[in-house]
Design a protein around this ligand. Structure first.
Ligand SMILES: [Zn+2]
Length: 284
């Protein structure tokens, strides 16, 4: 089993839309190769606070990243910092807010858009700063990083679903079709990732409402999907992972020790739960 992890965060994808429109991922689930969970996002249901929540396991009220316009580095341990401390390789194809949280802040497109710097927490990055940057290109950016740099941890973060929701709302053909398109792009690359044994998580930061926004407590704003793919997972349908457990769960899959982050233990296979704690012994 590979200890390498790919985390896909589909910005702004509500649970129900994922359930109905992600045909390829649901096909994997039907064949027993993926499991879909419903996860409730932290509050406020906004992007930058929840990027931090997913990557650090710390709620916005505690991290201080409480809205989208707090432009500074994270002051928490994250998947990126913990992976780097263990000597692992990190990469991200993501919105520039990730560069601001974990690399340099504020974002300078000329300096930061293409990042290849072993001293940064995200060592290999391709960052974008327009919400309509095509998901098709974003997935190719991610795949280029994966093939070129063979990262232990790769973050993949497309924005078009959220952008469609802001333009047309939750209950719209545009939002649903953008989700279907993202599923199709993802299917092209997922086949390869599965073949190579990656542990893959596909989730969202928050959902979307019919007012073309998000931020509050409506089910459609808070309920997000979590698809898991790979031998590192238990695929136990009764598991109830939380958003704040994603960070620790990824750390566990990466074989990191002493990360002190909450873990969704029931989400993990026996090997990932225990043997990785003994420094990733073989056969896990
Ligand atoms: Zn949004």
């Amino acid at each position: 089993m590979s200890n390498k992890v790919i985390l896909v965060v589909l910005d702004g994808l509500a649970y129900e839309t994922a359930q109905q429109c992600m045909g390829f991922l649901q096909g994997l689930a039907e064949q027993g190769r993926a499991t879909l969970y419903k996860v409730q996002c932290e509050l406020p249901s906004m992007s930058r606070p929840l990027y931090e929540a997913i990557l650090t396991g710390v709620a916005p009220v505690d991290s201080g990243i409480v809205h989208n316009h707090i432009i500074r580095n994270s002051n928490q341990q994250s998947v990126f910092s913990l992976a780097r401390q263990a000597g692992l390789t990190t990469a991200a194809a993501a919105y520039h807010w990730f560069s601001e949280l974990y690399n340099r802040s504020p974002y300078d497109a000329v300096r930061d858009r293409f990042t290849h710097d072993p001293e940064q927490l995200i060592q290999h990055g391709i960052f974008y700063h327009q919400d309509n940057y095509p998901d098709s290109h974003l997935y190719l950016d991610a795949e280029w990083l994966r093939v070129q740099h063979d990262p232990d941890f790769l973050l993949v973060h497309p924005m078009n679903i959220d952008d469609a929701g802001h333009r047309a709302g939750l209950d719209s053909a545009h939002y649903r079709n953008t989700t279907r398109h993202s599923d199709t792009h993802l299917s092209t690359h997922l086949q390869q990732w599965i073949k190579q044994g990656y542990q893959v998580l596909v989730t969202a930061d928050h959902g979307m409402n019919v007012d073309k926004s998000h931020g509050g407590t409506l089910a459609e704003e808070r309920d997000v999907p979590l698809f898991v793919i790979g031998e590192g997972f238990s695929h136990d349908p009764t598991a109830q992972p939380t958003q704040l457990e994603l960070c620790g769960t990824v750390c566990q899959l990466l074989g990191l020790k002493d990360h002190a982050k909450p873990v969704a233990t029931s989400l993990l296979s026996g090997g990932t739960q225990i043997e990785h704690l003994d420094n990733g012994s073989a056969g896990a």
